[in-house]
Design a protein around this ligand. Structure first.
Ligand SMILES: Cc1cc2nc3c(=O)[nH]c(=O)nc-3n(C[C@H](O)[C@H](O)[C@H](O)COP(=O)(O)OP(=O)(O)OC[C@H]3O[C@@H](n4cnc5c(N)ncnc54)[C@H](O)[C@@H]3O)c2cc1C
Length: 447
């Protein structure tokens, strides 16, 4: 196996600069494209948080209210790799789920696992070097994918070092797997346009489409009415039950409960006192509770939502070129009305839960309540680039088949989160690893 890595063993500005691109859309909070990705051996594993979450079984099924949902494979195709993926990352901590008492089964309190092994380079470098079956080259940039004359298989890859004056080297193999992260996988297919003018696999203008992330933001604040055993001084996550998601016709979400720090509390209390100048039932109630030796507890609710796939959310090529002459990326991150509904209905349910169970009160941020707000101006991406090369049952619906092979190209495969047709709310890396194990079984004839 030949493993080609564009970056060096260590992070370098030279390699990282190839990740720069353009995020279009006025006022978007999406981070610049050379932030939140690492172009060095080990990739994003140098900086990721190590949180382990799994897609729900129902994420693989089509939802009638979410166009383009449904994976071409079932959950069982990945669950068989669960233990192996856990062992690779040395996942610690039980993934625990309990329905929130008093939530009518709508909300679930849960904890995620944590990867003890985080850094892929540090974990596997020595064993890769020692392995007779693996040849690893660093500073080896994929710059072009060359097809056979019949255009139905890859003939070779053009690889360049950072010695820009030198010609590229051609490498050949039986099968080729692009594993450069969602955005670069798309970029490589689009830039390889010498033989197919729209780029490889892009006859139907689907390469780069349906790009998603996990839109994330502080979406509400809360105040507790007493030292509630679950909420007081405690940070935790809630997610919806399947029944709730289906009944509300929304995407999934993770809602993080985070108490303010002492400093944040003081400034929040000052703002409340100003607001309380006009007396309302709530302010009277609060005043009574404060008089009764109440220890005030306030915090914020951070929401991390499933972004529904939409055609207009897109990775494409901009006008600017890198030093290899390849066009840089342009990202147009678009959310839909379904995403607005997910955001609003989920917060409303958490607020309803806190009020009905006398936990406290929730105040939603104005952008959540208003109809015309542009969500990308208020929510940022969660560093989870998903979609762009979706798996699908047919070439009319996606770029890759159920084995992550590019439709119409016999020996070109993709690993990574670009292949996700939908992303649920789960952090993606655990699923990425399971998909990679599945692909490796397929390529070695074990599957
Ligand atoms: C701050 C942060 C926190 C995160 N926290 C979590 C978390 O807690 N849980 C979770 O599940 N996920 C998390 N993620 C996401 C996680 O990092 C990614 O899902 C994961 O790194 C994707 O792995 P990948 O191998 O597909 O891509 P990458 O890690 O991006 O690796 C791509 C590799 O391809 C190389 N490459 C790029 N271009 C070329 C080229 N032209 N030629 C050759 N090689 C090339 C790169 O140098 C890199 O080594 C986080 C991300 C960030 C940024």
């Amino acid at each position: 196996m030949l493993l080609l890595e564009a970056g060096d063993y260590e992070f370098s500005n030279r390699s990282q600069s190839f990740y720069a691109g353009e995020v279009v859309g006025d006022g978007t909070l999406y981070l610049p494209l050379d932030v939140g990705r690492v172009r060095a051996l080990g990739g994003g594993s140098h900086i990721w948080g190590g949180d382990i979450a799994d897609l729900e079984a129902y994420d693989f099924e089509a939802r009638d209210y979410m166009p383009q949902s449904g994976w071409p494979i079932g959950t069982n195709e990945l669950s068989k790799y669960h233990s192996e993926a856990s062992a690779i990352l040395q996942v610690e901590g039980d993934v625990n789920e309990e329905p929130m008492p008093g939530s009518k089964g709508n909300l679930i309190r849960f904890t995620r696992g944590v990867a003890k092994r985080r850094n892929v380079r540090d974990t596997f470098y020595e064993s890769m070097r020692a392995n007779q079956n693996i040849d690893l080259f660093i500073n080896a940039n994929l710059v072009d994918i060359n097809l056979s004359e019949s255009l139905d298989r890859v003939h070779s890859l053009s690889i360049k070092s950072y010695d820009f004056g030198k010609p590229s080297i051609q490498v050949q193999g039986e099968n080729y797997v692009l594993a450069m992260g969602a955005i670069e996988n798309v970029r490589a297919l689009l830039n390889s346009n010498a033989q197919s003018k729209n780029g490889i696999g892009n006859d139907r203008d689907l390469v780069g489409r349906y790009f998603m992330d996990h839109p994330w933001g502080a979406a509400a604040t809360y105040i507790l009415f007493h030292k509630h055993p679950d909420f007081f001084n405690s940070s935790f996550y809630m997610k919806p039950s399947r029944a709730f998601v289906g009944a509300e016709k929304i995407g999934e979400f993770y809602c993080g409960v985070s108490p303010f720090s002492d400093e944040q509390v003081s400034s929040y209390i000052r703002s409340i006192i100003k607001t309380l100048a006009c007396s309302t039932e709530l302010s009277e109630d609060l005043a009574v509770r404060l008089r009764n030796n109440f220890t005030c507890a306030v915090g914020w609710l951070g929401l991390f939502i499933e972004q529904a796939p939409v055609f207009e959310s897109r990775i494409s090529l901009g006008a600017a070129k890198d030093e290899f002459g390849n066009r840089r990326v342009q990202l147009d991150w678009n959310m839909s009305e379904l995403d607005r509904r997910t955001l609003r209905r989920s917060l409303f349910e958490v607020g309803k839960y806190m009020a009905a169970n006398d936990v406290g009160r929730v105040r939603m941020s104005q952008y959540v309540v208003e109809d015309k707000t542009v969500l990308r101006k208020h929510l940022s991406g969660g560093h989870h680039q998903l979609g762009g090369l979706r798996m699908a049952k047919s070439a009319d619906e996606g770029v890759l088949d159920r084995n992550c092979k590019v439709f119409g190209v016999r020996n070109l495969f993709v690993a990574g989160s670009a292949v996700f047709p939908t992303g649920g709310a789960a952090n993606p890396t655990f699923t990425i690893i399971k998909l990679a194990l599945r692909l490796s079984d397929y390529l070695s004839g074990r599957n």
